[in-house]
Design a protein around this ligand. Structure first.
Ligand SMILES: [Zn+2]
Length: 286
């Protein structure tokens, strides 16, 4: 089989570059600061989420007084805290009831704790999510988007832009409808990259039992290679995105594990976009 070339490099070499880039992100100071900040934010129970939103509907990130200090921020003077319930385990005797053999020795009680929303604090900015969305609008991005759109539709995948996409997601693939949704606010280059990511999901994950981290690495890795082929550099987004999905696991190992799927899928998409690529012809990408 002739290796698919991307400019002067092969798809396999691009996957190696991806692995090195992801490894580099996860050893950076910025990445460590980001993970440390994430660890400060608990995931709250549904009951507490409702309590928080009832008291402050605009709340986005909440944390205790001292938690904010650890993050280099302080609660502003005169701010009223949001009161939530923290479970705590107390021994039966402390709970004030007579000790009886047939009752558990510990019970869960709740105490009220006070938290504050980020808008009630001042100080250092929080460490940013390291995946930086592409903000550029290039001709290459517009070209790639148009070609991918044709290709997706030829494969029976519908693509639409919709406001009602979940949270901050840039795009989504819905296996049941075999449909891709894109957020409307994306730059031209980010839109091309996101469409490629979701199209890779459509090709690979319509029915799959693979862990989500592997699915995301396969989709984003494929988008990285295809975008490189189109001379669109998505490293600033891709490396951190995959590292984020790997979380505290070895992110480079995740790329190695998914590398052959990334290579195969990217080569397939590139060949469909440009049949000359499969014959081993070098495409000028300067
Ligand atoms: Zn995805």
């Amino acid at each position: 089989m002739v290796a698919t070339t991307v400019g002067a490099v092969t798809v396999a070499e691009l996957v190696k570059r991806l692995e090195a880039g992801v490894a580099e992100v996860t050893t950076s100071d910025g990445w460590r600061a980001y993970l440390a900040a994430q660890a400060k934010f608990h995931s709250y129970s549904l009951g507490n989420v409702l309590l928080i939103l009832a008291q402050m509907p605009t709340a986005t990130r909440v944390c205790g007084f001292h938690g904010w200090l650890h993050l280099g921020r302080h609660v502003k003077k005169g701010e009223h805290g949001i009161r939530i319930l923290a479970p705590m385990t107390v021994r039966r005797a402390e709970a004030g009831s007579a000790d009886r053999e047939d009752e558990p020795q510990a019970v869960t009680r709740f105490r009220i704790v006070t938290v504050f929303d980020i808008s009630q604090t001042d100080g250092d900015p929080l460490p940013m999510h390291p995946a930086q969305t592409l903000t550029t609008d290039s001709e290459r991005g517009a070209w790639l988007y148009a070609r991918l759109l044709d290709l997706a539709r030829a494969e029976g995948v519908s693509v639409r832009t919709a406001e009602d996409i979940r949270g901050s997601a840039n795009g989504a693939y819905l296996p049941s409808a075999h449909a891709i949704i894109l957020a409307p606010r994306l730059s031209v280059d980010q839109r091309a990259k996101t469409l490629c990511h979701e199209f890779a999901h459509a090709l690979l994950h319509r029915q799959t039992g693979k862990p989500r981290a592997e699915q995301e690495a396969e989709a984003e890795g494929t988008a990285f290679v295809v975008c490189c082929w189109a001379a669109l550099n998505t490293a600033q987004y891709t490396f951190a995105y995959i590292a984020d999905w790997a979380h505290r696991e070895d992110a480079a190992a995740l790329v190695r594990k998914t590398g052959s799927t990334i290579q195969r899928t990217a080569a397939k998409i590139i060949a469909a976009l440009d049949p000359a690529a499969e014959a081993g012809n070098t495409r000028e990408t300067a």
